[in-house]
Design a protein around this ligand. Structure first.
Ligand code: PLP
Length: 504
Protein backbone atom coordinates (compact mmCIF):
# COMPACT_ATOMS: atom_id res chain seq x y z
CA UNK A 1 0.00 0.00 0.00
CA UNK A 2 1.42 3.40 -1.00
CA UNK A 3 -0.27 5.28 1.74
CA UNK A 4 0.35 5.99 5.36
CA UNK A 5 -2.46 4.71 7.58
CA UNK A 6 -4.27 7.53 9.32
CA UNK A 7 -6.93 7.01 11.90
CA UNK A 8 -10.08 9.02 12.30
CA UNK A 9 -11.46 9.24 15.83
CA UNK A 10 -15.17 9.04 16.65
CA UNK A 11 -15.45 12.71 17.60
CA UNK A 12 -13.52 13.76 14.51
CA UNK A 13 -15.74 11.68 12.23
CA UNK A 14 -18.86 13.05 13.93
CA UNK A 15 -17.55 16.59 13.34
CA UNK A 16 -16.86 15.88 9.66
CA UNK A 17 -20.31 14.35 9.23
CA UNK A 18 -21.93 17.36 10.87
CA UNK A 19 -19.99 19.76 8.66
CA UNK A 20 -21.23 18.16 5.43
CA UNK A 21 -23.07 20.84 3.52
CA UNK A 22 -26.68 20.13 2.63
CA UNK A 23 -27.10 17.43 5.23
CA UNK A 24 -29.12 17.27 8.37
CA UNK A 25 -27.85 16.03 11.69
CA UNK A 26 -26.91 12.39 11.61
CA UNK A 27 -29.39 9.95 13.01
CA UNK A 28 -32.30 11.27 10.95
CA UNK A 29 -33.68 9.35 8.04
CA UNK A 30 -33.03 12.00 5.40
CA UNK A 31 -30.31 11.30 2.87
CA UNK A 32 -27.96 13.73 1.17
CA UNK A 33 -30.32 14.32 -1.71
CA UNK A 34 -33.41 14.77 0.45
CA UNK A 35 -34.90 11.28 -0.06
CA UNK A 36 -36.20 9.51 3.04
CA UNK A 37 -34.02 6.48 3.65
CA UNK A 38 -33.15 4.35 6.66
CA UNK A 39 -30.73 5.99 9.09
CA UNK A 40 -27.99 3.41 8.44
CA UNK A 41 -28.19 4.13 4.68
CA UNK A 42 -27.92 7.85 5.26
CA UNK A 43 -24.88 7.33 7.50
CA UNK A 44 -23.23 5.00 4.97
CA UNK A 45 -23.83 7.55 2.17
CA UNK A 46 -22.32 10.33 4.22
CA UNK A 47 -19.22 8.37 5.13
CA UNK A 48 -18.85 7.29 1.49
CA UNK A 49 -19.01 10.95 0.41
CA UNK A 50 -16.34 11.91 2.96
CA UNK A 51 -14.07 9.29 1.43
CA UNK A 52 -14.84 10.23 -2.16
CA UNK A 53 -14.22 13.90 -1.44
CA UNK A 54 -10.95 13.16 0.31
CA UNK A 55 -12.09 14.55 3.67
CA UNK A 56 -11.41 11.13 5.16
CA UNK A 57 -8.34 9.57 3.53
CA UNK A 58 -8.50 6.21 1.86
CA UNK A 59 -7.00 3.51 4.13
CA UNK A 60 -7.84 5.50 7.26
CA UNK A 61 -8.86 3.50 10.27
CA UNK A 62 -12.45 4.29 11.30
CA UNK A 63 -13.62 4.28 14.92
CA UNK A 64 -15.12 1.13 16.41
CA UNK A 65 -18.88 0.84 15.93
CA UNK A 66 -19.59 1.37 19.61
CA UNK A 67 -17.50 4.57 19.80
CA UNK A 68 -19.05 6.08 16.68
CA UNK A 69 -22.55 5.17 17.89
CA UNK A 70 -21.86 7.04 21.14
CA UNK A 71 -20.40 10.08 19.33
CA UNK A 72 -23.40 10.28 17.00
CA UNK A 73 -26.01 9.38 19.65
CA UNK A 74 -27.17 6.51 17.47
CA UNK A 75 -27.77 2.88 18.14
CA UNK A 76 -24.84 0.55 17.61
CA UNK A 77 -27.04 -1.52 15.28
CA UNK A 78 -27.41 1.50 12.94
CA UNK A 79 -23.65 2.07 12.82
CA UNK A 80 -23.02 -1.67 12.32
CA UNK A 81 -25.50 -1.74 9.44
CA UNK A 82 -23.87 1.34 7.87
CA UNK A 83 -20.41 -0.26 8.13
CA UNK A 84 -21.81 -3.46 6.64
CA UNK A 85 -23.29 -1.50 3.70
CA UNK A 86 -19.97 0.29 3.15
CA UNK A 87 -18.16 -3.07 3.20
CA UNK A 88 -20.59 -4.45 0.64
CA UNK A 89 -19.92 -1.48 -1.65
CA UNK A 90 -16.14 -1.71 -1.31
CA UNK A 91 -15.72 1.47 0.75
CA UNK A 92 -14.65 -0.33 3.91
CA UNK A 93 -12.36 -3.24 4.66
CA UNK A 94 -12.43 -4.93 8.04
CA UNK A 95 -10.38 -7.57 9.75
CA UNK A 96 -11.84 -9.31 12.75
CA UNK A 97 -10.31 -7.96 15.93
CA UNK A 98 -8.16 -5.43 14.01
CA UNK A 99 -10.67 -2.77 12.95
CA UNK A 100 -12.05 -1.20 9.77
CA UNK A 101 -10.31 0.91 7.12
CA UNK A 102 -11.75 3.10 4.42
CA UNK A 103 -11.22 1.92 0.84
CA UNK A 104 -12.38 2.65 -2.69
CA UNK A 105 -13.97 -0.07 -4.81
CA UNK A 106 -11.72 -0.29 -7.86
CA UNK A 107 -8.13 0.74 -8.48
CA UNK A 108 -7.61 3.39 -11.15
CA UNK A 109 -6.07 1.99 -14.31
CA UNK A 110 -3.00 3.77 -15.68
CA UNK A 111 -3.49 6.36 -18.41
CA UNK A 112 -3.31 4.89 -21.88
CA UNK A 113 -2.94 7.99 -24.02
CA UNK A 114 0.23 10.00 -24.32
CA UNK A 115 0.46 13.60 -23.16
CA UNK A 116 1.38 14.86 -26.66
CA UNK A 117 -0.67 17.77 -28.02
CA UNK A 118 -3.50 16.72 -30.32
CA UNK A 119 -2.49 16.61 -33.99
CA UNK A 120 -3.90 19.57 -35.98
CA UNK A 121 -6.48 17.35 -37.75
CA UNK A 122 -7.99 16.30 -34.40
CA UNK A 123 -8.45 19.78 -32.95
CA UNK A 124 -11.82 20.26 -34.65
CA UNK A 125 -13.29 17.05 -33.27
CA UNK A 126 -11.69 16.85 -29.82
CA UNK A 127 -11.41 19.69 -27.30
CA UNK A 128 -8.52 18.77 -25.03
CA UNK A 129 -8.96 20.12 -21.51
CA UNK A 130 -6.48 17.63 -20.07
CA UNK A 131 -3.50 19.95 -19.77
CA UNK A 132 -3.37 23.17 -17.81
CA UNK A 133 -0.75 24.64 -20.16
CA UNK A 134 -0.90 27.37 -22.80
CA UNK A 135 0.57 27.89 -26.24
CA UNK A 136 3.79 29.92 -26.41
CA UNK A 137 3.55 33.70 -26.04
CA UNK A 138 4.71 35.34 -29.23
CA UNK A 139 6.65 37.31 -30.31
CA UNK A 140 8.54 36.84 -27.03
CA UNK A 141 9.45 33.20 -27.63
CA UNK A 142 11.04 33.92 -31.00
CA UNK A 143 12.82 37.01 -29.65
CA UNK A 144 14.12 35.03 -26.68
CA UNK A 145 15.66 32.35 -28.89
CA UNK A 146 17.22 34.98 -31.18
CA UNK A 147 18.69 36.64 -28.08
CA UNK A 148 19.86 33.24 -26.83
CA UNK A 149 21.58 32.44 -30.14
CA UNK A 150 23.48 35.72 -29.95
CA UNK A 151 24.71 34.75 -26.48
CA UNK A 152 25.58 31.16 -27.37
CA UNK A 153 29.16 31.45 -28.81
CA UNK A 154 31.11 31.54 -25.49
CA UNK A 155 29.14 28.54 -24.23
CA UNK A 156 29.78 26.65 -27.45
CA UNK A 157 33.45 26.55 -26.46
CA UNK A 158 32.64 24.56 -23.30
CA UNK A 159 31.42 20.96 -22.95
CA UNK A 160 27.97 22.36 -22.17
CA UNK A 161 27.04 20.44 -19.01
CA UNK A 162 26.07 22.78 -16.18
CA UNK A 163 24.59 20.58 -13.45
CA UNK A 164 23.62 23.60 -11.31
CA UNK A 165 22.45 25.64 -14.29
CA UNK A 166 24.05 28.47 -16.28
CA UNK A 167 25.53 31.09 -13.93
CA UNK A 168 23.62 33.84 -15.77
CA UNK A 169 20.26 32.15 -15.21
CA UNK A 170 21.00 31.26 -11.59
CA UNK A 171 21.81 34.92 -10.98
CA UNK A 172 18.70 36.19 -12.78
CA UNK A 173 16.45 33.80 -10.82
CA UNK A 174 18.13 34.69 -7.51
CA UNK A 175 17.63 38.39 -8.28
CA UNK A 176 13.90 37.82 -8.79
CA UNK A 177 13.55 36.31 -5.32
CA UNK A 178 15.52 39.21 -3.90
CA UNK A 179 13.19 41.63 -5.71
CA UNK A 180 10.22 39.75 -4.19
CA UNK A 181 11.63 40.48 -0.75
CA UNK A 182 13.53 37.23 -0.09
CA UNK A 183 17.26 37.92 -0.43
CA UNK A 184 18.75 35.09 -2.46
CA UNK A 185 22.23 34.24 -3.76
CA UNK A 186 22.89 32.36 -7.01
CA UNK A 187 24.31 29.54 -4.86
CA UNK A 188 20.77 28.97 -3.59
CA UNK A 189 19.45 28.18 -7.07
CA UNK A 190 19.65 25.04 -9.21
CA UNK A 191 18.13 25.11 -12.69
CA UNK A 192 16.18 21.93 -13.50
CA UNK A 193 14.24 20.34 -16.32
CA UNK A 194 10.89 21.85 -15.42
CA UNK A 195 9.30 21.83 -11.99
CA UNK A 196 8.86 18.08 -12.41
CA UNK A 197 12.64 17.70 -12.69
CA UNK A 198 12.98 19.81 -9.54
CA UNK A 199 10.50 17.72 -7.51
CA UNK A 200 12.10 14.52 -8.81
CA UNK A 201 15.57 15.67 -7.73
CA UNK A 202 14.34 16.74 -4.28
CA UNK A 203 12.52 13.47 -3.83
CA UNK A 204 15.58 11.41 -4.81
CA UNK A 205 17.74 13.36 -2.39
CA UNK A 206 15.42 13.62 0.58
CA UNK A 207 12.72 10.95 0.50
CA UNK A 208 13.66 7.33 0.04
CA UNK A 209 11.40 4.34 -0.44
CA UNK A 210 8.88 3.86 2.34
CA UNK A 211 9.33 7.40 3.61
CA UNK A 212 6.25 9.51 4.33
CA UNK A 213 5.42 12.52 2.23
CA UNK A 214 2.47 14.68 3.25
CA UNK A 215 0.50 16.06 0.31
CA UNK A 216 -2.51 18.27 -0.10
CA UNK A 217 -5.64 16.37 -0.99
CA UNK A 218 -6.34 16.95 -3.85
CA UNK A 219 -2.96 17.77 -5.40
CA UNK A 220 -1.13 17.98 -8.70
CA UNK A 221 -1.60 14.57 -10.33
CA UNK A 222 1.86 14.16 -11.85
CA UNK A 223 3.70 14.93 -8.63
CA UNK A 224 1.46 12.46 -6.75
CA UNK A 225 2.39 9.80 -9.30
CA UNK A 226 6.10 10.73 -9.15
CA UNK A 227 6.01 10.33 -5.37
CA UNK A 228 4.19 6.99 -5.63
CA UNK A 229 6.69 5.70 -8.15
CA UNK A 230 9.53 6.76 -5.86
CA UNK A 231 8.05 4.38 -3.33
CA UNK A 232 7.13 7.06 -0.79
CA UNK A 233 4.07 6.71 1.36
CA UNK A 234 1.58 9.51 0.74
CA UNK A 235 -0.13 11.13 3.68
CA UNK A 236 -3.06 13.15 2.30
CA UNK A 237 -4.24 16.30 4.07
CA UNK A 238 -7.57 17.83 2.99
CA UNK A 239 -7.73 21.43 1.74
CA UNK A 240 -9.88 24.01 3.55
CA UNK A 241 -13.31 24.70 2.08
CA UNK A 242 -14.06 27.52 -0.35
CA UNK A 243 -10.53 28.20 -1.63
CA UNK A 244 -9.49 29.02 1.93
CA UNK A 245 -6.01 27.52 1.61
CA UNK A 246 -4.90 24.82 4.02
CA UNK A 247 -6.69 23.08 6.87
CA UNK A 248 -4.02 24.03 9.40
CA UNK A 249 -5.28 21.92 12.33
CA UNK A 250 -5.19 18.88 10.03
CA UNK A 251 -1.67 19.81 8.86
CA UNK A 252 -0.44 20.27 12.42
CA UNK A 253 -1.82 16.88 13.36
CA UNK A 254 -0.23 15.11 10.39
CA UNK A 255 3.13 16.83 10.88
CA UNK A 256 3.07 15.89 14.56
CA UNK A 257 1.71 12.33 14.27
CA UNK A 258 3.19 11.14 10.98
CA UNK A 259 6.40 13.25 11.11
CA UNK A 260 6.71 13.05 7.32
CA UNK A 261 10.13 13.51 5.75
CA UNK A 262 8.71 15.89 3.15
CA UNK A 263 5.52 17.83 2.65
CA UNK A 264 4.64 18.96 -0.87
CA UNK A 265 2.37 22.02 -1.10
CA UNK A 266 1.15 24.48 -3.72
CA UNK A 267 0.43 27.69 -1.82
CA UNK A 268 -0.09 29.87 -4.90
CA UNK A 269 -3.15 29.06 -6.99
CA UNK A 270 -3.13 25.42 -6.08
CA UNK A 271 -3.55 22.85 -8.85
CA UNK A 272 -6.34 21.70 -9.08
CA UNK A 273 -8.44 23.86 -6.68
CA UNK A 274 -6.99 27.32 -7.46
CA UNK A 275 -6.74 28.07 -3.73
CA UNK A 276 -4.34 30.79 -2.51
CA UNK A 277 -2.95 30.17 0.99
CA UNK A 278 -3.08 33.35 3.10
CA UNK A 279 0.16 34.73 4.50
CA UNK A 280 -0.60 33.80 8.11
CA UNK A 281 -1.14 30.15 7.07
CA UNK A 282 2.22 30.17 5.30
CA UNK A 283 3.98 31.38 8.41
CA UNK A 284 2.22 28.78 10.59
CA UNK A 285 2.81 25.88 8.22
CA UNK A 286 6.50 26.70 7.96
CA UNK A 287 6.72 26.82 11.77
CA UNK A 288 4.88 23.50 12.13
CA UNK A 289 7.13 21.89 9.50
CA UNK A 290 10.24 23.21 11.22
CA UNK A 291 9.15 21.80 14.59
CA UNK A 292 8.36 18.43 13.01
CA UNK A 293 11.68 18.27 11.14
CA UNK A 294 9.77 18.09 7.86
CA UNK A 295 11.13 19.71 4.70
CA UNK A 296 8.38 21.75 3.09
CA UNK A 297 8.54 21.65 -0.71
CA UNK A 298 6.67 24.76 -1.91
CA UNK A 299 5.74 24.51 -5.59
CA UNK A 300 5.36 28.03 -7.05
CA UNK A 301 4.69 26.93 -10.62
CA UNK A 302 1.40 28.88 -10.79
CA UNK A 303 2.51 31.90 -8.72
CA UNK A 304 2.82 34.38 -11.60
CA UNK A 305 -0.72 33.79 -12.82
CA UNK A 306 -2.48 36.40 -10.69
CA UNK A 307 -5.83 37.02 -12.37
CA UNK A 308 -7.42 39.67 -10.12
CA UNK A 309 -5.92 43.07 -10.85
CA UNK A 310 -4.70 44.61 -7.61
CA UNK A 311 -4.81 41.35 -5.65
CA UNK A 312 -2.53 41.62 -2.60
CA UNK A 313 -0.41 38.52 -3.14
CA UNK A 314 0.94 36.97 0.08
CA UNK A 315 4.70 36.74 0.51
CA UNK A 316 6.31 33.57 -0.88
CA UNK A 317 6.43 30.57 1.47
CA UNK A 318 10.26 30.85 1.50
CA UNK A 319 9.95 34.34 3.04
CA UNK A 320 9.32 32.48 6.32
CA UNK A 321 12.53 30.47 5.96
CA UNK A 322 14.79 32.57 3.73
CA UNK A 323 17.86 30.45 4.51
CA UNK A 324 16.06 27.58 2.77
CA UNK A 325 16.71 24.58 4.97
CA UNK A 326 13.06 23.97 5.96
CA UNK A 327 11.43 25.44 2.84
CA UNK A 328 12.67 24.16 -0.50
CA UNK A 329 11.00 26.16 -3.27
CA UNK A 330 10.23 24.82 -6.74
CA UNK A 331 9.65 27.22 -9.63
CA UNK A 332 8.98 26.91 -13.34
CA UNK A 333 8.76 28.86 -16.57
CA UNK A 334 6.03 26.51 -17.79
CA UNK A 335 2.90 28.40 -16.73
CA UNK A 336 4.31 31.93 -16.66
CA UNK A 337 5.85 31.55 -20.11
CA UNK A 338 5.86 28.21 -21.94
CA UNK A 339 6.05 24.55 -20.92
CA UNK A 340 7.99 23.75 -24.10
CA UNK A 341 11.10 25.34 -22.61
CA UNK A 342 11.20 22.69 -19.86
CA UNK A 343 12.92 25.16 -17.51
CA UNK A 344 12.34 24.90 -13.77
CA UNK A 345 14.42 25.54 -10.67
CA UNK A 346 14.94 24.86 -6.99
CA UNK A 347 15.62 27.56 -4.38
CA UNK A 348 17.07 26.22 -1.13
CA UNK A 349 19.98 26.55 1.28
CA UNK A 350 23.38 26.44 -0.49
CA UNK A 351 24.20 23.06 1.11
CA UNK A 352 20.92 21.56 -0.13
CA UNK A 353 21.68 22.89 -3.61
CA UNK A 354 25.20 21.44 -3.43
CA UNK A 355 23.78 18.01 -2.58
CA UNK A 356 21.23 18.24 -5.38
CA UNK A 357 23.95 19.27 -7.84
CA UNK A 358 26.23 16.46 -6.67
CA UNK A 359 23.47 13.96 -7.48
CA UNK A 360 22.62 15.51 -10.84
CA UNK A 361 25.08 13.53 -12.98
CA UNK A 362 23.18 10.35 -12.15
CA UNK A 363 19.85 11.86 -13.20
CA UNK A 364 19.79 14.10 -16.28
CA UNK A 365 23.22 15.84 -16.01
CA UNK A 366 21.80 19.25 -16.76
CA UNK A 367 19.30 21.40 -18.65
CA UNK A 368 19.75 22.46 -22.29
CA UNK A 369 21.92 25.57 -22.63
CA UNK A 370 19.92 27.37 -25.33
CA UNK A 371 16.67 27.21 -23.34
CA UNK A 372 18.45 28.50 -20.24
CA UNK A 373 19.88 31.37 -22.25
CA UNK A 374 16.41 32.13 -23.62
CA UNK A 375 14.94 32.40 -20.11
CA UNK A 376 17.82 34.45 -18.75
CA UNK A 377 17.53 36.76 -21.78
CA UNK A 378 13.80 37.18 -21.05
CA UNK A 379 14.37 37.82 -17.34
CA UNK A 380 17.13 40.35 -17.95
CA UNK A 381 15.19 42.94 -19.86
CA UNK A 382 13.90 40.74 -22.68
CA UNK A 383 10.23 41.16 -21.81
CA UNK A 384 9.41 38.42 -19.27
CA UNK A 385 7.05 40.71 -17.34
CA UNK A 386 5.31 41.95 -20.49
CA UNK A 387 4.81 38.37 -21.69
CA UNK A 388 3.44 37.32 -18.29
CA UNK A 389 1.03 40.29 -18.32
CA UNK A 390 -0.36 39.19 -21.69
CA UNK A 391 -0.59 35.63 -20.40
CA UNK A 392 -2.63 36.80 -17.42
CA UNK A 393 -5.08 38.63 -19.67
CA UNK A 394 -5.55 35.51 -21.81
CA UNK A 395 -6.03 33.25 -18.81
CA UNK A 396 -8.46 35.66 -17.14
CA UNK A 397 -10.58 35.82 -20.29
CA UNK A 398 -10.58 32.03 -20.50
CA UNK A 399 -11.48 31.67 -16.82
CA UNK A 400 -14.40 34.05 -17.21
CA UNK A 401 -15.61 32.22 -20.32
CA UNK A 402 -15.42 28.79 -18.64
CA UNK A 403 -17.20 30.06 -15.53
CA UNK A 404 -19.90 31.79 -17.59
CA UNK A 405 -20.51 28.71 -19.76
CA UNK A 406 -20.76 26.45 -16.70
CA UNK A 407 -23.20 28.75 -14.95
CA UNK A 408 -25.43 28.82 -18.03
CA UNK A 409 -25.26 25.18 -19.08
CA UNK A 410 -24.52 23.24 -15.90
CA UNK A 411 -26.05 25.33 -13.09
CA UNK A 412 -25.95 22.53 -10.53
CA UNK A 413 -22.18 22.05 -10.88
CA UNK A 414 -20.42 23.83 -8.02
CA UNK A 415 -17.08 25.58 -7.85
CA UNK A 416 -15.25 28.52 -6.31
CA UNK A 417 -13.82 30.99 -8.81
CA UNK A 418 -10.05 31.17 -8.20
CA UNK A 419 -8.25 34.52 -8.23
CA UNK A 420 -5.34 33.05 -10.11
CA UNK A 421 -3.83 29.96 -11.63
CA UNK A 422 -5.04 27.85 -14.49
CA UNK A 423 -7.56 25.44 -13.05
CA UNK A 424 -11.18 25.18 -11.93
CA UNK A 425 -12.09 22.36 -9.57
CA UNK A 426 -15.69 21.49 -10.22
CA UNK A 427 -18.12 19.39 -8.23
CA UNK A 428 -20.21 17.56 -10.80
CA UNK A 429 -23.63 17.74 -9.16
CA UNK A 430 -23.43 14.28 -7.58
CA UNK A 431 -22.40 12.56 -10.84
CA UNK A 432 -19.28 10.48 -11.22
CA UNK A 433 -16.44 12.57 -12.64
CA UNK A 434 -14.84 9.43 -14.07
CA UNK A 435 -17.99 8.57 -16.02
CA UNK A 436 -18.30 12.14 -17.27
CA UNK A 437 -14.68 11.94 -18.44
CA UNK A 438 -15.38 8.64 -20.22
CA UNK A 439 -18.57 9.82 -21.93
CA UNK A 440 -16.97 13.21 -22.65
CA UNK A 441 -14.15 11.49 -24.52
CA UNK A 442 -16.75 9.95 -26.86
CA UNK A 443 -18.47 13.33 -27.30
CA UNK A 444 -15.26 15.17 -28.16
CA UNK A 445 -14.22 16.77 -24.89
CA UNK A 446 -11.33 15.45 -22.84
CA UNK A 447 -11.35 16.29 -19.13
CA UNK A 448 -9.46 14.76 -16.23
CA UNK A 449 -11.70 13.35 -13.50
CA UNK A 450 -11.25 14.11 -9.81
CA UNK A 451 -9.58 10.84 -8.71
CA UNK A 452 -6.52 11.72 -10.80
CA UNK A 453 -5.78 14.42 -8.22
CA UNK A 454 -6.60 12.36 -5.15
CA UNK A 455 -4.75 9.73 -3.19
CA UNK A 456 -6.17 6.28 -3.85
CA UNK A 457 -9.48 7.13 -5.46
CA UNK A 458 -10.81 10.18 -3.62
CA UNK A 459 -12.71 12.97 -5.45
CA UNK A 460 -14.91 10.81 -7.65
CA UNK A 461 -17.47 13.63 -7.76
CA UNK A 462 -15.15 16.18 -9.43
CA UNK A 463 -13.54 17.15 -12.71
CA UNK A 464 -10.79 19.71 -13.36
CA UNK A 465 -11.20 22.29 -16.10
CA UNK A 466 -8.27 24.45 -17.29
CA UNK A 467 -8.30 28.11 -18.37
CA UNK A 468 -6.60 27.39 -21.65
CA UNK A 469 -9.32 27.88 -24.26
CA UNK A 470 -10.84 31.00 -25.80
CA UNK A 471 -14.51 31.85 -25.18
CA UNK A 472 -16.14 30.07 -28.17
CA UNK A 473 -14.21 26.86 -27.48
CA UNK A 474 -15.03 27.08 -23.77
CA UNK A 475 -18.70 27.30 -24.63
CA UNK A 476 -18.55 24.32 -26.99
CA UNK A 477 -16.56 22.29 -24.44
CA UNK A 478 -19.11 22.96 -21.73
CA UNK A 479 -21.97 22.16 -24.12
CA UNK A 480 -20.36 18.74 -24.70
CA UNK A 481 -19.82 18.28 -20.97
CA UNK A 482 -23.49 19.10 -20.33
CA UNK A 483 -24.43 16.43 -22.87
CA UNK A 484 -22.06 13.98 -21.17
CA UNK A 485 -23.57 14.83 -17.78
CA UNK A 486 -27.04 14.20 -19.16
CA UNK A 487 -26.03 10.80 -20.52
CA UNK A 488 -24.37 9.85 -17.24
CA UNK A 489 -27.38 11.01 -15.21
CA UNK A 490 -29.74 8.97 -17.35
CA UNK A 491 -27.58 5.87 -17.08
CA UNK A 492 -26.07 5.72 -20.57
CA UNK A 493 -23.82 2.67 -20.93
CA UNK A 494 -20.10 3.49 -20.92
CA UNK A 495 -17.42 1.30 -22.44
CA UNK A 496 -15.48 -0.20 -19.53
CA UNK A 497 -12.18 0.27 -21.33
CA UNK A 498 -12.69 3.91 -22.26
CA UNK A 499 -9.20 5.38 -22.75
CA UNK A 500 -7.59 7.43 -20.02
CA UNK A 501 -5.21 10.20 -20.88
CA UNK A 502 -2.31 11.86 -19.13
CA UNK A 503 -2.87 15.20 -17.48
CA UNK A 504 -0.56 18.13 -16.80
C1 PLP B 1 1.65 22.72 -9.52
C2 PLP B 1 2.43 22.24 -10.69
N1 PLP B 1 3.68 21.81 -10.53
C3 PLP B 1 4.41 21.38 -11.56
C4 PLP B 1 3.89 21.35 -12.84
C5 PLP B 1 4.74 20.85 -13.96
O1 PLP B 1 5.63 21.89 -14.26
P1 PLP B 1 6.79 21.74 -15.34
O2 PLP B 1 6.17 21.83 -16.70
O3 PLP B 1 7.68 22.93 -15.05
O4 PLP B 1 7.49 20.46 -15.10
C6 PLP B 1 2.59 21.79 -13.07
C7 PLP B 1 1.98 21.73 -14.40
O5 PLP B 1 0.79 21.70 -14.56
C8 PLP B 1 1.85 22.25 -11.96
O6 PLP B 1 0.60 22.69 -12.11
Amino acid sequence: MSQWTASVGAQQLARLLDAQTGTEATGTVTSLNGRRVPAYRSLADRVRLLVLEGRVPVAARLPAERELAAALSMSRTTVAAAYEALRGEGFLESRRGAGSWTAVPAGSPLPTRALDPLPPEATGSMIDLGCAALTAPEPWLTHAFRGALDQLPPYAHTHGDYPAGLPALRRALADRYTARGVPTMPEQIMVTTGAMGAVGAICRLLAGRGERVAVESPSYANVLQLLREAGTRLVPVGMADRLGGWDLPAWRQVLRDAAPRLAYVIADFHNPTGSLAPEEQRRELVEAARSAGTVLVADETMADLVLEPGLAVPRPVCAFDPAGSTVVTVGSASKSFWAGLRIGWVRAAPEVIRSLVAARPYADLGTPVLEQLAVSWLLEGGGWDAAVAVRRDEVRASRDAVVDALRRRLPDWEFGVPRGGLTLWVRTGGLSGSRIAQVGERLGVRVPSGPRFGVDGAFEGYVRLPFTVAAPVADEAVTRLAEAAHLVATGAPVAADAPRTFVA
